[in-house]
Write a protein of this length. Structure first.
Length: 486
């Protein structure tokens, strides 16, 4: 069978779904092609014996970007998808036994900080929040909401007026050095270094300008969808069905361009005028529109981190754990040296623990919890069974060290997701969640653009291209591409 449409979007992850919906709203006929039997990509879920887990993202910021997709069709998002603003952003546990909670209510946060940090550092904390909002509004949003600037754009007034912000000292020092210039206490420096991991990079190398990553979480708030993260996908797919975005599952295609039209060959044949890759651009050049030159060019860029997610169901409650928790390692710098310089798995990593059952009580039986523990891994070494067992033991030990609770005999199910599974299931090259790192000063300018400079009418959205990975950014690239096409 040969299907013809204005646009084909490859990959029904969040970016592909959002882009297809936006194109449909602009009156285009769209076919969305997905290699798996279900949509969502990294926004997957599974259920085991009464415990439900979101497999990938857990931190939800800027829900308005999801709402917008319903509003494009004159629908009320609340008829499809609901969420609540969360009163805590994260609980941080430090190796010296102290802990702090960052609340949505800043005054409450400050009261907690005063108990363990110097007044100088507490004042610096408030100033930091003010500065990241300023950088984000002045430069961040400009970069994120627009296509990647080309050389010719740098002489436009919209760019020139931001030069003073680009020239700031924080651009030229690492995120860690920037944070160390703001705080005396290593715990606060590490806390703000953590945000460098949100795009899979090394806080000891990436520019201090990325300090503004924390702005969304710390100033604009964190949210949680009713029914868990997966409900973002299910509600958007319902919208696709209602408005007539055609989705083809279990379909993997190769593409070629002939007389300005794209032909895609899989189980069916597809032809279109415009093609959108909503998959890892390296996988696209390696497997779809095979181009060894472009593959070689982009593969040279250092790969971002991947991750080892441990899904641990326990028939016990650890009251100290909230929705989002960080258990810091004893030597944060060492952890990143191992991941980025030695390119090996960190021996004593920091652990992020997400417990969705704290909000969504149906995600675990009463008196149980669904612990999603995430450990950053290098994309250059996939964890083997020995490492996975070691990390499971590491998690058990750290929980015991911090909370005095031994969960060994309380684990009722254990599962994991790691570099290899992420690569196989979602097509992320080497399992790198965010494509290339932002470790070099020029990273933002050398990211893969949202359109091809070589092939006509070929566009890119998703976590490995401008403006980057993470749900708010992939939703932005979907918009950039749909606007470019229209
Ligand atoms: C463990 C983990 C935790 C994360 N935590 C967060 C978080 O807390 N907050 C946050 O904002 N972000 C988080 N992220 C990042 C976020 O999940 C991604 O940036 C985002 O979901 C990527 O969406 P995407 O559409 O670009 O790609 P994907 O979700 O990877 O979707 C790509 C889709 O394309 C399909 N595909 C691939 N190749 C082909 C092909 N050849 N043909 C057809 N289809 C193909 C795949 O099957 C997949 O469905 C996390 C990611 C992981 C893995």
């Amino acid at each position: 069978m040969n299907k013809q449409s204005d646009v084909v979007v490859i990959g029904a992850g969040l970016s592909g779904i959002a882009c297809a919906l936006r194109l449909k709203a602009k009156g285009k006929s769209v076919v969305l092609i997905e290699k798996n039997g279900k949509p969502g990509g990294k926004l997957d879920e599974f259920e085991n014996n009464g415990f439900r887990f979101d497999k990938g993202p857990s931190l939800f910021t800027e829900p308005n970007l999801v709402d917008e997709l319903f509003e494009l069709f004159g629908k009320n998002p609340r008829d499809y998808f609901n969420y609540t603003r969360h009163h805590e952003s994260c609980r941080y546990y430090f190796p010296d036994g102290t802990h702090i909670v960052l609340y949505d209510d800043k005054e409450k946060t400050i009261e907690g900080l005063k108990k363990i940090f110097s007044s100088e550092d507490v004042t610096a904390f408030s100033r930091y929040l003010f500065e990241i909002e300023k950088s984000y509004s002045g430069i961040g949003k400009f970069f994120l909401d627009n296509p990647k600037p080309e050389l010719k754009d740098t002489i436009k007034w919209s760019f020139i007026k931001r030069y003073p912000l680009f020239m700031k000292k924080k651009m030229r020092v690492s995120l860690d050095k920037y944070n160390a210039s703001k705080f005396k206490d290593l715990r606060l420096i590490n806390l703000f270094n953590k945000f460098g991991t949100y795009n899979g990079s090394n806080p000891y190398e990436m520019s201090g300008l990325y300090s503004m990553i924390s702005n969304l979480e710390l100033n604009r708030g964190t949210f949680f969808p009713e029914g868990g993260m997966r409900s973002i996908v299910t509600s958007l797919i319902k919208l696709c069905e209602e408005v007539g975005v055609e989705i083809v599952y279990d379909e993997e295609v190769t593409a070629k361009i002939e007389s300005g039209m794209y032909s895609l060959i899989g189980k069916n044949n597809y032809t279109c005028n415009q093609l959108v890759s909503a998959i890892d651009h390296l996988t696209f050049y390696n497997k779809v529109l095979i181009d060894k030159d472009l593959f070689s060019k982009y593969v040279k860029k250092e790969r971002s981190t991947s991750g080892l997610a441990l899904y641990v169901s326990i028939d016990k409650r650890i009251p100290e754990l909230g929705l989002h928790n960080i258990l810091f390692s004893t030597d944060y710098k060492r952890e990143f040296d191992e991941l980025f310089i030695e390119r090996k798995l960190a021996s004593n990593p920091t652990i992020y623990i997400h417990v969705s059952s704290e909000i969504n009580s149906s995600d675990a039986p009463e008196n149980g919890q669904n612990l999603f523990a995430l450990i950053h891994t290098t994309s250059y070494q996939a964890p083997d069974n020995v490492f996975i067992d070691t990390m499971k033991a590491h998690l058990v030990k750290r929980i015991n060290d911090y909370f005095g609770i031994d969960i060994t005999d309380h684990i009722v199910n254990f599962d994991f997701w790691s570099n290899n599974e992420i690569e196989t299931l979602t097509g992320s090259y080497m399992g790198a969640i965010y494509g290339g790192t932002s470790n070099k000063l020029t990273a933002a300018l050398t990211a893969h653009p949202n359109h091809s400079n070589k092939y006509p009418n070929l566009y890119f959205c998703g976590g490995t291209v401008h403006p980057g990975g993470g749900m708010p950014l992939v939703l932005r690239s979907a918009k950039i591409v749909a606007d470019k096409i229209s």
